[in-house]
Design a protein around this ligand. Structure first.
Ligand code: AMP
Length: 284
């Protein structure tokens, strides 16, 4: 496995790969790898000739007061896990390599970025789309693997690649969970024992909402309030949003249409750790 710290090295490696007629699978991450990340690497390895992992804790997507400096950076361990999961090349740029001067150009996706995470973290998605656009430009033609764990991010990045004609096919990958249902996240490492236990309420609340839809409820407001009420019942959780949305537009439908599929999304704070989760639900 080749480790590159410069854009030129990484771009050159992948240009050579494609010149030999081989395909590239790209997995952008912020590191602190867990089984969720590794599942993306394995999907890329199953579908592409060469797997490229990027590890970069992108300062642009953190607001002041968020966990940029505390974010875990276990690089040696990440490299071992990445190699075992099938990575062929890893790009681990420094901040100075990615942003040699402050960026004057920002990629902004309208609409999809307005609700939920966009409302809670107003500068977040511009930071994400700007760095992902840079990574796509550096990596070149590829399939890029993103987790449904960050469902809104997946929608936003997919739309960016489409709108900007980037030579990248964005591939959605399912959420990997702990055995008790908690969605895997690098931020789970921040949780103390009590908060770790309490954090399972997110998945339970989403499943309670899904059960309501399966039982015939067609009012998305009633479902969302039920999800919120399950989270509120957990004393260690400070609830954020709970939403029922159309997976394509991220807008809340006025009524749940039989035969359609909706996405339930919810967030909550446990101590100072903000976690998010979501679930696909078919409407009977
Ligand atoms: P991050 O390092 O948190 O920026 O995540 C990098 C990529 O891994 C994103 O596409 C995430 O959606 C994806 N990811 C994170 N956690 C999970 C998970 N539990 N299951 C599947 N994908 C995940």
């Amino acid at each position: 496995m080749q480790v590159c710290s410069t854009k030129a090295e990484f771009r050159g490696f992948l240009d050579n790969v494609r010149a030999l007629g081989r395909t590239v699978g790209l997995v952008p991450t912020m590191g602190a790898l867990h089984d969720g990340h590794l599942s993306l690497l394995r999907s890329a390895a199953a579908e592409c000739d060469v797997v490229a992992l990027t590890i970069f804790v992108n300062p642009l997507q953190f607001a002041a007061g968020e966990d940029l400096s505390a974010y875990p950076r276990p690089l040696e361990r990440d490299l071992e896990l990445a190699e075992a999961a099938g990575a062929d090349v890893v790009f681990t740029p420094s901040n100075a390599e990615m942003y040699p001067v402050p960026v004057a150009t920002t990629v902004h996706v309208d609409g999809l970025t307005a609700p939920m995470e966009g409302a809670a973290r107003p500068t977040h998605f511009d930071g994400v789309t700007t760095v992902v656009a840079k990574l796509f430009n550096i990596a070149g033609t590829c399939r890029a693997y993103f987790g449904e764990k960050d469902f809104q991010q997946l929608a936003v990045v997919t739309r960016m690649a489409f709108d900007l004609d980037q030579p990248v096919t964005v591939v959605p990958c399912p959420i990997i969970r702990e055995t008790d249902g908690l969605a895997m996240s690098s931020r789970n490492a921040y949780l103390d024992r009590a908060d770790r236990e309490a954090a399972t309420v997110l998945h339970r609340a989403l499943r309670a909402g899904a059960a309501m839809i399966s039982a015939g409820e067609t009012d998305p407001g009633i479902v969302a309030r039920h999800v919120a009420s399950v989270i509120e019942a957990e004393p260690l959780a400070s609830p954020g949003y709970a939403e029922v949305v159309d997976p394509a537009t991220l807008e809340t439908p006025t009524v749940l249409v039989p035969g359609s599929t909706v996405r339930l999304l919810a967030t909550a704070l446990f101590g100072s750790t903000r976690l998010l989760d979501n679930l696909e639900v078919p409407v009977p």
